[in-house]
Design a protein around this ligand. Structure first.
Ligand code: D61
Ligand code: MG
Length: 349
C-alpha cells in the first residue's frame, strides 16, 4: 500500500505526523557547538532511528550521559555484530571495551556505513565521555564491562534454552535497563529502581526486536547468530529456517505465538517500573519504546507476514504514541488497547 493510501485510510494520523516531523527537524538543529558533542548528537540521530527523539527531550545533563551511554553500547554492539572479525580478535576487544572508553587514542575500525564512522571517530565519544560526571562515568563503565563479557560468552554459542535466551537478552538489553536506572538516580530525579524490574524493561524491548527481525536475521549473509531459543522452536520444526517455508506456515505461526507469549510475561514488571517514575521527561523516555513494543507484538501475533517481510507499526501510529504519551494513565490505556487487539487475534479452539 502506498504512502498516500495509508494516509487516506487514517486521516487522523496527519496531525501527529506533522508534529513529529517538526519535532525531529527541531532536534536535528539543536546540535551543540563543541565538535565532539556535535559529532555525538549527529551520530545519535543517524544510528538510532527510534531512540534519538526520546533521548533529545531529557534534561540537558542526563541527556548527555544517556547519549554517550547509547553510543558506547552501539559501538560495542557493532563489534559484536561484525561477522568478519575473527573470534580471537573480537573477544579481547569486547572484554576490554570498558577500558577503551577512557582512552582518547583508541579506535578499532569495523562495521559499515554510519556504524563505521562511529567506530573510526570513536575518540570523539571518549572525549565527551570524559566530560561526564564521575557517577555517570562509573555507571557506563560498569555496564559496558558486563555487556562486553556477556557478548563474548555468547559468541558462537547457540541460544538453546529459554534460560539462555533470557541470559543473552539480559546482557544486550537488560543491562541497558540497569544502567539507565543508575543514570536516572545519579541525575537526582528518581529513586533507584530494582535490578529485576530494570532488567525486564530491556528484555521486553529486546525480545520484541528478536521476534520482529526473524526474517532479516535468518536471511543475513554471511549467516549471523539466531536468537530464537531452540527449546521453543523445536516443538514446531526441525530447523529454525524451516519456519520461513510456505509449507510450514501453520507451525510457523504457532511458534511465533509462543514467542510473543513469552515476551508478554515481562509486561507486568514493565508497568510496575514505569508507575514508579516521577520525572515527566524520564517517564516519556521510558514509556514510548514500551508502548511501541506491545504495539509491535500485537501486530506480529498470529501474523505470517513476520516470516515473509517486515512487520512494522504504521508511522502515523508511532507519531500518535509519541504525541499522546504523557502519564501513566496513557500507558495503561495503550497497553489495554493493544492487549484487546492481540486478544481479538487469538483463535479459540
Ligand atoms: C527505558 C528506556 C529505554 C530502554 C530501557 C529502559 C531498557 C533497555 C533498553 C532501552 C535497551 C533496549 C535495546 C533494544 C534494541 N536492541 C538493540 O539495539 C540490540 O543491540 C543491543 C546492544 C546495544 C544496546 C544499545 C542501546 C540501545 C538502546 C538504548 C541504549 C543502548 C542506551 C540508552 C537508551 C536506549 C540489537 O541491535 C540491532 C538492531 O536492533 O537492529 C542487536 O544487535 O541485537
Ligand atoms: Mg548485537
Amino acid at each position: 500500500m502506498g504512502r498516500v493510501c495509508v494516509i487516506l485510510k487514517h486521516p487522523d494520523d496527519i496531525y501527529p505526523l506533522m508534529k513529529l516531523k517538526i519535532a525531529a527537524r527541531h532536534a536535528e538543529k539543536q546540535i551543540p557547538p563543541e565538535p565532539h558533542w556535535a559529532f555525538c548528537y549527529s551520530m545519535l540521530h543517524k544510528v538510532s532511528r527510534s531512540f534519538a527523539l526520546v533521548i533529545q527531550q531529557l534534561p540537558a545533563e542526563l541527556r548527555n550521559a544517556v547519549c554517550i551511554f547509547y553510543l558506547v553500547l552501539r559501538a560495542l554492539d557493532t563489534v559484536e555484530d561484525d561477522t568478519s572479525i575473527p573470534t580471537d580478535v573480537k573477544v579481547p576487544i569486547l572484554t576490554a571495551f570498558h577500558h577503551h572508553i577512557y582512552d582518547c587514542d583508541w579506535h578499532f575500525s569495523c562495521g559499515a556505513k554510519d556504524y563505521k564512522v562511529l567506530m573510526d571517530q570513536f575518540h570523539l565519544v571518549s572525549t565527551a565521555f570524559l566530560e561526564l560526571g564521575k557517577s555517570y562515568q562509573e555507571a557506563i563503565e560498569d555496564i559496558t564491562k558486563r555487556m562486553g563479557a556477556g557478548m563474548a560468552k555468547f559468541i558462537c554459542k547457540e541460544v538453546e534454552t529459554i534460560d539462555d535466551y533470557d541470559e543473552y537478552c539480559h546482557y544486550v538489553a537488560g543491562l541497558v535497563g540497569l544502567g539507565l536506572s543508575k543514570l536516572f538516580h545519579a541525575s537526582g530525579s528518581e529513586d533507584l529502581a530494582s535490578d529485576y524490574l530494570s532488567n525486564s524493561m530491556g528484555l521486553f524491548l529486546q525480545k520484541t526486536n528478536i521476534i520482529r527481525d526473524y526474517l532479516e536475521d535468518i536471511n543475513e549473509i554471511p549467516k549471523s547468530c539466531m536468537f530464537w531459543p531452540r527449546e521453543i522452536w523445536r516443538k514446531y520444526v526441525n530447523k529454525l529456517e524451516d519456519l520461513k517455508y510456505e509449507e510450514n506456515s501453520e507451525k510457523a505461526v504457532q511458534c511465533l505465538n509462543n514467542m510473543v507469549t513469552n515476551a508478554l510475561m515481562h509486561v507486568e514488571d514493565c508497568l510496575k517500573y514505569m508507575a514508579a517514575l516521577r520525572d515527566p521527561s524520564i517517564f516519556r523516555f521510558c514509556a514510548i519504546p514500551q508502548i511501541m513494543a506491545i504495539g509491535t507484538l500485537a501486530l506480529c501475533y498470529n501474523n505470517i507476514e513476520v516470516f515473509r517481510g517486515v512487520v512494522k507499526m504504521r508511522r502515523g501510529l508511532t507519531a500518535k504514541v509519541i504525541d499522546r504519551t504523557k502519564m501513566m494513565a496513557d500507558v495503561y490505556g495503550a497497553f489495554f488497547d493493544f492487549s484487546c487487539l492481540l486478544k481479538s487475534k487469538i483463535f479459540w479452539t
